[in-house]
Design a protein around this ligand. Structure first.
Ligand code: UD1
Length: 421
């Protein structure tokens, strides 16, 4: 298993390009299962999770071709199996996203249950209940969801989600796209990735309205056709590099991004003392050599602060001036990075779902590891501001969500290298 070795102390300074959004790529690749013709998806990031979803499609007999620019053409006409096996689903929970499209297009699906996860229990009950309300028969046995549609076609209905769920909203929206009649999803997730998926479905001939608000209305159609769609830039990758630059008192220009998707994150960076200059696709952040000021935040569904940025801001607060509190409201167990940062000399106290961070001058290098994607990224950030060589282990988590992280950080002047364990 590879490791990253980071020699801290360098101020980040430079320009990088942001990759396509992981969390858009996964539902959009799953949505290709709905189309009768070939769908080409572009701007896909080169990431393990994207590879896993492509492998999942391939295992079902779907024809997938990839060009050297990571444009993927998917043609489902060769599909033979409607099965998502445990060995793939266990490596990526988002595999559950194939359930809605398989049921809507082919009337049957067998998808392994994702099971436990390092950041909490993360059930999929809302996905299953929604599909049942649309007429699916769903049975959970032997760790699998066995689902079918008596009569062959799902029926539109009104769905009220009692918790805001991103992949739940996406799964049900995809299922509704081919259902008979109208589906209304209330308390829908408003995340930009939901909007990107709706745009793609509409290009395929779907009728989806209201994505980006908490009520999405989908008029089902009889069939969807092939299309070409480029996924939106990754707002979490963008935020991660901005926070890394702020933590190191540095300067950064991130290109090919979408500043309007990062309002809550940019606001907190300004509070931390960053000078920001934006145009339509670029964000420049300059700390003018200053140490960041500690900020307080509370995670919540979009457009509030993303839970996927919480760990990175915790790393910035660890070396900031003053005290900040970080409250996590989306997932119940998402503070595993805190213990590791404290091993590096941070002063962070956990009280229920809040981390109280008292900023220290600098951290000290240590061997660290994390068991989820964003926590691992936050430890890389901690390594950038630590004295000495920080070794970050289990970096397969990082490779699930950050394309070429060491190359991008090197471009910014960081001292970081990957070594085989
Ligand atoms: C997605 C993102 C993930 C992000 C998260 C929250 C993808 C591939 N992943 O994950 O990066 O951290 O949104 O922004 O897009 N819940 C239920 N029942 C369900 C479904 C969810 O109770 O059926 C709960 C979860 O336990 C959690 C909350 O809803 O407390 C939000 O989770 P959800 O939005 O579903 O997260 P994901 O879609 O899995």
């Amino acid at each position: 298993m590879d490791r990253l070795i980071i020699t801290g102390g360098n101020r980040l300074d430079g320009d990088i390009r942001i990759s396509g959004s992981k969390n858009s790529s996964l539902p959009i690749l799953a949505a290709t299962l709905l189309a009768d013709g070939p769908v080409t998806v572009g701007n896909l990031p080169h990431l393990q999770d994207v590879t896993t979803l492509i492998e999942l499609l391939g295992r079902m007999g779907v024809h997938v071709t990839i060009d050297d620019r990571m444009n993927v053409e998917v043609n489902v006409s060769t599909i033979e199996e409607f099965h998502a096996p445990y060995e793939l689903v266990k490596t990526m929970r988002a595999s559950i996203l194939v359930l809605g499209p398989l049921l809507a297009h082919f009337g049957r699906a067998e998808v392994s249950l994702p099971g436990g996860c390092a950041i909490g229990t993360r059930p999929v009950d809302l996905h299953l209940r929604g599909l049942e309300a649309m007429g699916a028969e769903v049975e959970v046995a032997n760790g699998y969801v066995y689902a079918s549609v008596p009569g062959g076609r799902l029926k539109g209905t009104r769905l009220v989600l009692d918790t805001v769920t991103v992949t739940g909203t996406e799964n049900l929206m995809m299922a509704a796209a081919l259902a008979e009649g109208t589906t209304i999803i209330e308390n829908a997730a408003r995340e930009p990735e939901v909007v990107d998926l709706a745009d793609c479905l509409n290009k395929m001939g779907g009728h989806v309205q209201g994505a980006g608000t908490d009520t999405i209305t989908i008029e089902g159609v009889v069939s969807l056709s092939g299309t070409v769609h480029n996924v939106i830039p990754d707002r979490i990758e963008t935020g991660t590099y901005l926070v890394a630059a702020a933590a190191t008192s540095g300067r950064i220009r991130v290109k090919d991004t979408a500043p309007h998707l990062l309002d809550a994150v940019l606001q907190k960076l300004q509070e931390a003392g960053a000078k920001l200059t934006l145009d339509e696709t670029t964000i420049e952040l300059d700390m003018e050599g200053r140490r960041p000021k500690a900020i307080s935040l509370k995670t919540a569904p979009y457009p509030a602060m993303p839970t996927d940025m919480q760990a990175q801001f915790t790393a910035m607060n660890a070396v900031a001036e003053g005290t900040g509190t970080i409250t996590e409201t989306v997932f119940e167990n998402r503070f595993m990075h805190v213990q590791e940062m404290n091993r590096m000399g941070a002063d962070i106290q956990l009280q229920a779902n809040t981390a109280i961070c008292r900023g220290v001058d600098h951290l000290t290098a240590a061997p660290v590891m994390a068991t989820d994607l964003r926590a691992s990224a936050s430890l890389v950030l901690a390594g950038l501001v630590a004295e000495g060589d920080t070794i970050v282990d289990r970096i397969y988590h990082i490779d699930r969500g950050y394309e070429c992280i060491e190359e991008k950080l090197q471009l910014l002047g960081a001292s970081i290298r990957r070594v085989p364990a």
